[in-house]
Structures are given as structure tokens and as C-alpha cells.
Design a protein around this ligand. Structure first.
Ligand SMILES: Cc1cc2nc3c(=O)[nH]c(=O)nc-3n(C[C@H](O)[C@H](O)[C@H](O)COP(=O)(O)OP(=O)(O)OC[C@H]3O[C@@H](n4cnc5c(N)ncnc54)[C@H](O)[C@@H]3O)c2cc1C
Length: 466
């Protein structure tokens, strides 16, 4: 039986982070993963998504270029070419990780693994291993609901296998993955509908962002069927219909995409045998240092069910290794309160901290909201009405500490990172006011907001008077 200091199950964002941070300290580390290294982010998530988003964005810009006198004719998107280049780039990343682990002396075992005890693992081929520490980092998979005809729908994993674009699609789900896919497809010329149970798109975000994104989707011609429950899929491959619970039937569409969430890959992992607690939704509860209820077994990344994002999984993995090997440097556990997040919709949307409703729930009447909607210079020559760029600052308490920032518009994905640092450092509205704006940009709006929205101001006055 082979023994390691650390066995990592899952070679994705979180698993690779803990392995690469621990190995230089002399730890004997093995990473199990039957798939090419990199996990969801590299193979079926962030990276192929962002590459596809760039294609969609170039198409949108080519379409609008004539407004500035630039003579371009958009003939279409050669999707097969894009898919081929994308595949090649992902392969490079897989190879990078394989080489990087080898250099670090980390063993990659290209097999599925499961627990057989609190310090034991068995590979698919039946080899047993023991370890002082086991890190569970299996990520998740797209959820396909058990509905009639569900198999006629594709998932985000399938999306990245397509080498041509459908003529029409219904995306089921209005969370970030569904809306990103809908935005990209529409921008590349696919007739796109979104069908979702939620009453507004991007429900996790501040209502202002949902509302403005909805206007952009309307402008782009994406039809939204919101507040409806899907009962199943009908028709046949290539002409799929979406059956709604009230008896309506939408479509047919050439393709239907399920984007109704992801499930943690914790089934059939031997967690019961090892005594690891699993929550009802399949996630693994952990403490602030990723420890499960079983000594020596840790869990991180998407399977813990908090903020399923690549940088969060990476931070958890690195900080866990630091906690083990360099405690003298006072590593801190991941703070789940102030995680910036963006969606690569068209346009991009982003947030850090609390939404306005969350802030009101926490800080009551002391909440002050500063917001603006405006037309960016990039749309200065657009014909007719175009949906706005929108920004909101949510501040709280006497010193107007910034507790939430929300934005939707071009490039907000790139703008938000710096503002997230400011929020983490406890910036107040006055700090933003004292910052010299960068002109002419859209970002400057966030440091030049003047009047708080009436109503909440009254609330603060009330709180002070009390
Ligand atoms: C379409 C899409 C777009 C996304 N876009 C973004 C984005 O823009 N930004 C962002 O921050 N996040 C994004 N994410 C989320 C991000 O990909 C995940 O949060 C991140 O990959 C989670 O990392 P992880 O380490 O938990 O798991 P993963 O990266 O999912 O890795 C888990 C690995 O474990 C392996 N595994 C599973 N079971 C076993 C087993 N029994 N034995 C061995 N190996 C096993 C799997 O093969 C997989 O490689 C996106 C996700 C999707 C699906």
C-alpha cells in the first residue's frame, strides 16, 4: 500500500492549489483525477467560457462599429475555428499543469478515487493508498432535473463540445451560467430564449443589475419567459420543445440548454464509510480551515457549497497549505463576506459585498444608496434608445462605510477588482469622494456620486434622531 503525506481527490482549481503550495515544503503529494488536469475552470468553465465570450464580444463590436464610421461587415462567426483553437488552448493548459506537478514532484494518478476509511483511498483500478491528510476537491457537475424528456436538453459541459452553433436555443435558468451562455449565443447570431422559474434575471445580484440586464436582453432580442416552471422537454433532437407547467409549450428550438444549477460530486465517494458528514444538498460542511468532521479529512472548492468560484477554491487550497506549513506567517482563512463576482453577460455585471436588500436587512435605516444610470461614450452615436450603464454604492452607518458595489456595463469586470480592495479595506463614501476620478471613463462615476437616493437619507436622519 502506497503512503502519501497528502492525497488530493480532484485536480481542479482547489485541489491543484493545495498540492502546488504543499509540495515545495517537502510533502509527498498525490492528486487523483481521471480527467485532464485543470478541473472545471480549465476544461468546461471559466477559460473556454471567456474565450467564447470574446468571440461574442468581437461580433457585437463589429456590428456596432459603423456608428463610429468604421466600415466593417460582420459576415458571421466561424464557430468551428473558434472551437478548434479553444480546444488547443485548453490542451496547453492541461499540459502545463501536468508538467508543473511533475516539476514539483507531485504524483498525478489519472483515476477516480474514493475513500475506504479515514486515511485510506482506493483508485478505480483497485490500488489502495493511505495518507496522513486527505483533501476532497471533486467539484461539481451540471444538474439535469429528473423531468420528462430531460435528456433532450444539453448542459454547459456539452456546450463546450459543440463545433457549430444552433439556429435557435432555449436556455433554462436565469443564473449566471445560463445568462452568460444566452448572451454569447445571441451575440453570435443564435435566436435565444431564456426560460426560468425566477421572477427576475440574475436573482443573486442587486435588483438594479437584474433590471438593467433585462433591458439589455430585451434590446438584444433575447426573449425572457420568467416566473414559469418547466414541466419537461418534448419534440425530438433538433426540434425540442419546452413544456411549461401551465400547459404552454415553447419552441421548437434546435437546442435546449439546462442551466439550473450544479450538484456537488460527492456521491459514491465512500464518504459514509469514512464517517464524513454530508449535508442534505450533497455539500460537505467544513470549519474555517476546511476541516470536515473527520480528523485528517478536508474539503474545499465547490463541494463545500459556498461561493462556487475558481479564485475562492484556489484561495482555500493555498491558505490550507499555508496553515499547515507556514503557520508563523499567520495565514488567514477565506472570508466569504466580500467576494467580488462578475458575470460575463453582454454587457458584463459585477458586485462585491451586500446587495441593497441585504444591507437594509443588516444595517436597517442607516443604509444610504448612491446610484446612477447613464449612456457610456461608447454608445454616443448609437441610433435610438440604448439601455444604460448602471452603478450603485450601498453605504451604511454613520461613517457611510461602503458595504456593497454593483455595476453593469462594458468592462465592469475589469473595474471591480480595485474597488473590491477598497471595500475589503473598509473604504467609506468620503474615501471615494476624495479619490481623483479617471476621466473620461465609466469607472469615474463611482467616485463622483453626489446625492444619496432620497428615502434612505430620511432613514438615517430618523436613526440619528432616535
Ligand atoms: C460554465 C461555467 C463557467 C464558469 N465560469 C466561472 C468564472 O468565470 N469565474 C469563476 O471564478 N468561476 C467560474 N466557474 C466556476 C468554477 O469553474 C468552479 O468554481 C471551480 O472550478 C471549482 O473548483 P474545484 O476545485 O472545487 O473543482 P473543479 O475545478 O470542478 O475540479 C474538480 C475535479 O475533480 C475531479 N473529480 C471528481 N470526482 C473525482 C473522483 N472521485 N476522483 C478523482 N477526481 C475526481 C473532476 O474530474 C474535476 O477535474 C464556472 C463554472 C462553469 C460550469
Amino acid at each position: 500500500m502506497e503512503h502519501y503525506d497528502i492525497i488530493v481527490i480532484g485536480g481542479g482549481s482547489g485541489g491543484l492549489a493545495v498540492a502546488e503550495r504543499a509540495a515545495p515544503h517537502g510533502a509527498r503529494v498525490a492528486v487523483f483525477d481521471p480527467k485532464p488536469l485543470g478541473g472545471t475552470c480549465v476544461n468546461e468553465g471559466c477559460v473556454p467560457k471567456k474565450l467564447t465570450w470574446y468571440a461574442a464580444e468581437h461580433a457585437a463590436q463589429a456590428r456596432d462599429a459603423h456608428e463610429f464610421g468604421v466600415d466593417v461587415e460582420l459576415k458571421g462567426v466561424r464557430y468551428a475555428d473558434l472551437a478548434k483553437k479553444r480546444r488547443a488552448m485548453l490542451k496547453d493548459l492541461n499540459q502545463f499543469w501536468a508538467g508543473h506537478l511533475e516539476k514539483l514532484g507531485v504524483t498525478h494518478i489519472p483515476e477516480r478515487a474514493r475513500l475506504t476509511g479515514k486515511d485510506k483511498v482506493i483508485s478505480e483500478s483497485g490500488t489502495e493508498y493511505t495518507a496522513k491528510r486527505i483533501v476532497l476537491a471533486m467539484g461539481g457537475a451540471p444538474l439535469v432535473p429528473p423531468l420528462d424528456g430531460a435528456e433532450l436538453g444539453a448542459t454547459s459541459d456539452d456546450f463546450f463540445e459543440w463545433t457549430d452553433l444552433p439556429k435557435s436555443i432555449a436556455v433554462i435558468g436565469a443564473g449566471y451560467i445560463g445568462l452568460e451562455m444566452a448572451g454569447m449565443l445571441c451575440s453570435m447570431g443564435v435566436k435565444t430564449d431564456v426560460v426560468a422559474m425566477e421572477d427576475r434575471v440574475l436573482e443573486m445580484f442587486d435588483p438594479m443589475v437584474s433590471q438593467v440586464l433585462d433591458q439589455h436582453m430585451e434590446h438584444q432580442g433575447i426573449r425572457r419567459h420568467l416566473g414559469v416552471k418547466v414541466a419537461g422537454l418534448g419534440g425530438k433532437p433538433g426540434a425540442v420543445t419546452v413544456k411549461i407547467e401551465d400547459g404552454q409549450e415553447l419552441g421548437p428550438y434546435e437546442k435546449v440548454l439546462w442551466a439550473v444549477g450544479r450538484k456537488p460530486a460527492t456521491g459514491d465517494m465512500g464518504l459514509d464509510e469514512a464517517g464524513v458528514e454530508i449535508a442534505r444538498d450533497g455539500t460537505v460542511p467544513v470549519d474555517k480551515w476546511q476541516a470536515t468532521n473527520v480528523d485528517g479529512i478536508y474539503a474545499l472548492g465547490d463541494i463545500i457549497g459556498k461561493a462556487p468560484l475558481t479564485p475562492v477554491a484556489i484561495a482555500a487550497g493555498r491558505r490550507l497549505a499555508d496553515h499547515w506549513y507556514t503557520p508563523e506567517k499567520n495565514p488567514v482563512p477565506v472570508d466569504y463576506e466580500q467576494i467580488p463576482t462578475v458575470t460575463f453577460t453582454h454587457p458584463t455585471a459585477g458586485m462585491v459585498g451586500l446587495t441593497e436588500p441585504q444591507a437594509v436587512e443588516r444595517f436597517g435605516d442607516s443604509v444610504r444608496v448612491y446610484e446612477t444610470q447613464f449612456g457610456g461614450l461608447d454608445r454616443a452615436f448609437a441610433e435610438g434608445q440604448t439601455p444604460p450603464v448602471a452603478m450603485k454604492l450601498v453605504c451604511a452607518e454613520e461613517d457611510e462605510k461602503v458595504v456593497g458595489i454593483h455595476m453593469i456595463g462594458p468592462h465592469v469586470d475589469e473595474m471591480l477588482q480595485g474597488f473590491a480592495v477598497a471595500v475589503r479595506m473598509g473604504a467609506t463614501k468620503r474615501d471615494l469622494d476624495l479619490t481623483i476620478p479617471l476621466h473620461p471613463t465609466s469607472a469615474e462615476e463611482l467616485v463622483t456620486l453626489k446625492e444619496a437616493r432620497p428615502g434612505r437619507q430620511t432613514g438615517l436622519a430618523k436613526a440619528k434622531a432616535a
